[in-house]
Design a protein around this ligand. Structure first.
Ligand code: CO
Length: 208
């Protein structure tokens, strides 16, 4: 993509927005009150706002390789705590996508340097669900099932945090696991049973 084109696009975008509402940017500058925190993959094909049809101000977004929620990652934990405790979002979404390069890399026997510790978290998801995954044919089916299970485990990681546990108890915050199907453009709700997951892991991860 030509960078000059980026700035041209930006001018066109400003024009379009102002045509619909001459106060558009003035209103945007007043603040944000998004109801959704979206944690997705950095993959250039799995855009956050565009696939949801969301406008600026509607979704608080964090993206990293393979939409991971890692307890010692200060970045994702800062985003989560700010979104839940300050912005008071109603929903936290982990959205993975089929044909995720990060997940693929974690299924491959290769040394990727600094990426190793990051991807090891996905290898851990594989280990937890090894029995189910190894029953599937070695190919796209297994690969994309790991994408789904990774989303599920990142939702579990969210539920392990004090921020989510407290907001759930106090105001019914919800956690959702979604997958974006790149082949069809479809957004799929994995329909994870949040209260059930919480109940199952509570005796181990309850922070009181
Ligand atoms: Co990805």
């Amino acid at each position: 993509m030509n960078l000059d084109k980026v700035f041209e696009n930006n001018q066109d975008w400003i024009k379009t927005k102002l045509e619909l509402d001459s106060q558009y940017f003035e209103k945007l500058s007043k603040g944000q009150s998004p109801e959704i925190l979206y944690i997705g993959c950095s993959d250039s094909r799995a855009t956050a706002e565009e696939l949801m049809g969301a406008e600026p101000g509607e979704v608080f977004v964090h993206r990293n390789i393979a939409n991971m929620v890692i307890s010692i990652d200060l970045n994702v934990m800062s985003v989560l705590n700010y979104a839940v405790n300050q912005l008071k979002v109603k929903h936290v979404v982990v959205c993975g996508h089929y044909f995720c390069g990060g997940v693929k890399a974690a299924m491959t026997a290769q040394d990727l340097g600094i990426l190793n510790p990051w991807l090891r978290n996905i290898r851990d998801v594989y280990r937890i669900h090894r029995d189910e995954l190894n029953k599937l044919p070695d190919g796209d089916e297994r690969y994309n099932r790991l994408v789904e299970l990774n989303v599920q485990e990142q939702c579990v990681n969210l539920i392990k945090t004090a921020a989510v546990q407290t907001a759930y108890k106090e105001r019914g915050l919800q956690v959702h696991g979604w997958v974006f199907d790149i082949q069809s453009g479809k957004l799929i709700d994995l329909k994870l049973d949040f209260p059930e997951i919480l109940h199952n892991i509570q005796e181990i991860y309850d922070l009181g």
